[in-house]
Design a protein around this ligand. Structure first.
Ligand code: FPP
Length: 248
């Protein structure tokens, strides 16, 4: 009997090509996902937080360096109190898990946003994650929490002005690079790719400074339906873009 020795060609993997260093995601569509199932909006956020865990692990495994996600904006306080409570509850739960597992999993966690109005529990967990970060190298998740792009720029401008008043800086010496050092994202490369699911095609006050030259990828999928294959599709689309940074 003749054996068929011909090997089946392995399907190409996303890691066969270049992977961006930094991807940012607006996790949108949780509410619609829930409504379509006759569930409360909070069920959509719970499903979305599970998808976030899956996607963060996947991004780490394919060799991404930074994943930035929009979890709660400065505008989200306008939502009903029960929904705000549910989202902050999910974040509290995730931070608790992170404190337990981030060292084992090799995931650094940074928080972007005005953390002052958040409860003691969340702020204490964040302090713990900061201490654990000191012992971890490599992949980092940036969680945008009570974050707004304009608010971030306003704070940076105020901090720079304060340094000028204190005589540490002079207005004439301000460069874009120096200004970046006053943002939450200090020292982190700008995202090459920003992904927004749910069919909306706007920036919604997310990483306004940092996304100046980012490529955008939109999909109609709602965030709780988002999968690692969609990250692959976004990276494949990104690879086909010609990035000119204002040049010809
Ligand atoms: C946008 O969907 C989503 C949010 C405002 C909250 C995102 C929060 C999570 C995914 C949970 C956070 C938890 C972790 C652990 C990161 P939407 O509610 O605006 O959806 P809609 O546009 O369909 O109403």
């Amino acid at each position: 009997m003749k054996l068929n020795r011909q090997k089946k060609k392995a399907a190409p993997k996303i890691t066969d090509g270049p992977i961006p260093e930094h991807i940012a995601i607006i996790m949108d569509g949780n509410g619609r996902w829930a409504s379509r199932r006759g569930l409360p909006r909070t069920a959509g956020h719970a499903a979305g937080s599970e998808v976030f865990r899956t996607i963060a692990t996947y991004c780490k495994n394919i060799g991404l360096k930074y994943l930035t996600v929009y979890a709660f904006s400065t505008e989200n306080w306008k939502r009903p109190a029960s929904e705000i409570e549910a989202i902050l509850g999910l974040l509290d739960k995730y931070l608790r898990e992170a404190v337990e597992k981030m060292e084992r999993d090799g995931i650094r966690l940074a928080l972007f946003g005005d953390l002052a109005p958040l409860g003691d529990s969340i702020r204490s967990l964040i302090r713990q994650t900061e201490e654990i970060n000191e012992r971890i190298e490599g992949f980092q998740v940036n969680l945008c929490l009570n974050y707004g792009g304009r608010d971030e720029i306003r704070r940076a401008a105020a901090a720079f002005a304060r340094d000028c008043v204190d005589g540490v800086r002079r207005p004439e010496e301000l460069t874009e690079e120096m200004f970046s050092g006053y943002l939450y994202s200090k020292g982190i490369p700008e995202p090459e790719l920003v992904i927004r699911p749910s069919g909306e095609q706007r920036i919604s006050n997310f990483l306004l400074w940092q996304s100046a030259y980012s490529e955008f990828y939109y999909t109609d999928l709602l965030w709780p339906d988002f999968t690692p294959s969609e990250i692959d599709r976004a990276i494949e689309a990104f690879r086909k873009r010609e990035r000119r940074f204002g040049a010809v």
